[in-house]
Write a protein that binds this ligand. Sequence first.
Ligand code: CMC
Length: 428
Amino acid sequence: MADKQAKLELGGQTYEFPVLEGSTGPDVVDIRKLYGSTGAFTFDPGYKSTASCESALTYIDGQEGVLLHRGYPIGQLAEHSSFMETAYLLLNGELPSQQEYEDFNYTITRHTMLHDQLNTFYQGFRRDAHPMAIMCGVVGALSAFYHDSTDISDPEHRKISSHRLIAKMPTIAAMAYKYSVGQPFMQPKNDLSYTGNFLRMTFGVPAEEYEVIPAVEKAMDRIFILHADHEQNASTSTVRLAGSSGANPFACIAAGIACLWGPAHGGANEAALNMLREIGTPDRIPHYIERAKDKNDPFRLMGFGHRVYKNYDPRATVMQSTVREVFEALNVKDPVFETALQLEEIALNDPYFKEKKLFPNVDFYSGIILSAIGFPTTMFTALFALARTVGWVAQWNEMISDPAQVIGRPRQLYTGPVERDYVPLSER
Ligand code: CMC
């Protein structure tokens, strides 16, 4: 019995519900027995006040701008860790020892190749297909290739599927890019790091050696860390909901990719850079700020605002400093960065944005870095999907191994017609 109780008065009766306490963060009123005892549902479109599961992976305090993975602040991971180490941490709960780290790297590296038949699968797509369309299709298709690891009740099978997904995602994303530009696919190279290998598969060509630029490799790896997990966001909830029916893990991740694609979620980094380029020069910023504030104009400042962060997104802070590092390493001078800095400053001092607590999010600066590295905007969300696969599989594993797990099945507030008799066509 929980110590705290919440009381609800409904129809003249009082009901009590346990209040659960997490290790930190808001208390949670446990309403699992609400319908059974009162016959009523709760109404919470968009899940603004609903905890859909118990999780020990990631903690966000949106008011304070805090993001922790297994307790470690994102700023510390971005500075000191690597994407592979963060992946291990999210999957296993603790930072790896040297041996565990080497073994994990080895395993992931040895799973990076795709089944050869998947190469021909790409030919079915139009050359101008969006990389996210290809990712949805190819990742979903993996479920037709790896039949030896799909018993989701077997932890070893789940582990193999998780490793395959994390390992193959860079190969799949790089191939989507290569296909769009008509260049031959590059096979993975095992002496490179996870991120170095991805850069080579994307930008290398078979005709010459590809040299990984350490500063770019580091920046890219950091971007992957920053996108690795973000608790129960839309795409992660989609993966959990798909997985709650016992569906194939590759199909569940394909569902997550589909959800991530939208401009309100992963597609925002592409939209943010397009917006900054459209604004063009700092003198045009006020016009766009006015449009963002106009209730009759659907325009929003992309890369601004967040469902959870009502303070500066801690990932945006790291992104902003990474822009400078990449520009310096590649000797890039893109006026879009100056526009972004000025837009941020103007928005942060504007009463509308202050009052609504709208701050730059992770996507505000990420597009500028990715563009400087050489990625076309259409690839941005695919890179997000690559990194978020780690969070998706970690959350999926956590859900499947949770004894309280049941199929997700939200209820509704029905406002349609009540029962009525069918009228034959001749009488309508
Ligand atoms: N520009 C202008 N006004 C905004 C913006 C914005 N970017 N974001 C929110 N608002 C306003 C909104 O119009 C509303 O005003 P009012 O109260 O007068 O109706 C108020 O702020 C609250 O907005 P909301 O849409 O109810 O808030 P939400 O928590 O449901 O939405 C959001 C969060 C991320 C969808 C939204 O802020 C947005 O559309 N931002 C732009 C897209 C973007 O950058 N998305 C990336 C999110 S971070 C990456 C990720 O985690 O996937």
